[in-house]
Design a binder for this molecule. Sequence first.
Ligand code: PLP
Ligand SMILES: N[C@@H](CCOP(=O)(O)O)C(=O)O
Length: 462
Amino acid sequence: MRYISTRGQAPALSFEEAMLSGLARDGGLYVPESWPQMCADEIAALAGLSYEDAAFRVMRPFIGDAFTDAGFRDIIARAYAGFGHAARCPVKQLDSNHFLLELFHGPTLAFKDVAMQLIGQMFELSLKRSGKRVTIVGATSGDTGSAAIEAFAGLDAVDVFILYPHGRVSEVQRRQMTTPPQENVHAIAVDGDFDDCQARLKDMFNDHAFRDEVALAGVNSINWARVLAQVVYFFTSAVALGAPHRKVSFTVPTGNFGDIFAGYVAKRMGLPVERLVIATNQNDILHRTLATGAHRKQGVTPSISPSMDIQVSSNFERLLFDIYDREGAAVEQLMTALRDDGGFALDQGARDRLGREFDSGRASEAETSAAIRRTLARSAELICPHTACGVKVAEEQPASAVPMITLATAHPAKFPDAVEAATGIRPGLPERMADLFQRPERIERLPNDLAALKSFVANQRA
Ligand SMILES: Cc1ncc(COP(=O)(O)O)c(C=O)c1O
Ligand SMILES: N[C@@H](CCOP(=O)(O)O)C(=O)O
């Protein structure tokens, strides 16, 4: 399996090379040159397997010769050993035909752990083999950063720098990033929003001299391996509800478009998915794109679901590549317009293809709170505000016999203020994190300035 860039100008790479590279050198994102297929019998055979065994079968066709089968099984086993639920990503019934896919049983209580724990193991093995050292820089609206720090803290061959928007993540998220004592991890509060952090990260990748000097690597969903690991739970949850003999639909709380793109990949591989529903908060660029065909930035407005406070959805580029018939030049043109003019209009063909695959909805602040309250009253489940955006949008989809699975992307205890304001209940952190608020913090505050950020990274790495 080779990986090609969405902008069509970078060399094709192996899985391992794409994983260690992050962004392609032409500014694009790596995608597989074709979608591996799983037939109905292969999908049916996932029923009853452990999450680890299912993960091996779903991901194996993508990794080429990066790892031996035994080595890859070992990586997967180590990645999920620390999860707090035997099923790793369990499905819970919310209502007669509405289910929650719980993705928050990993160490930092959000869905990012599912992929980050895996790629932490992959990086470690790969770097040990090559003797190389890399500098990981990540941008976060709160959850990717804490998951990355947890997965890479203390590793010899890696320095980690996480850019987060100052004052725009929850206190639990911030402390998860600023309290780990290991010297190879650095949390940087940037004076800007998440889009600024992600833009500076991409600027660093696009500065080839800097990129080569520090051996830059990325663990955002820029990295194909992140998306791949997220494909697995679309299969396991669908199979738990009867796939491939029965179709399912998914509603995905969406920001950077990585998670729902993983659902799209599962569908391309043969999983019978009826609808993929994008759920946004008030930062609703993707919902507006579906509704109007115009993809236009409006600036980020802080919300009670801060991890989804995103207007430049990085992985939308991967989808555009597919719906523009894998024409790198067309994607390059659209991305240039997004950067220079603030947006672009999809042509009618692209709009039709988008509409055939996806539906969308948005949740205002009041609707998000109401969904938290309603879910507690109806189903006795306390959900986080991101999950609540998903539940609200799922509930307004047309009635259907096809089961709807909404992704529960974080534990409510990461966002106690929003949950308490909605329900009067303050969710508590698990015992192992009970002293989080007493641990000393280490924060570097920097301006939204490429030169300042590059200089900090270059000087602080080991
Ligand atoms: C809790 C939570 N829910 C949903 C999302 C949106 O996921 P994605 O960026 O993959 O669209 C994020 C951030 O990515 C998140 O942290
Ligand atoms: N919500 C994310 C934003 C970054 O997304 P990623 O999937 O590209 O890493 C976060 O919590 O940081």
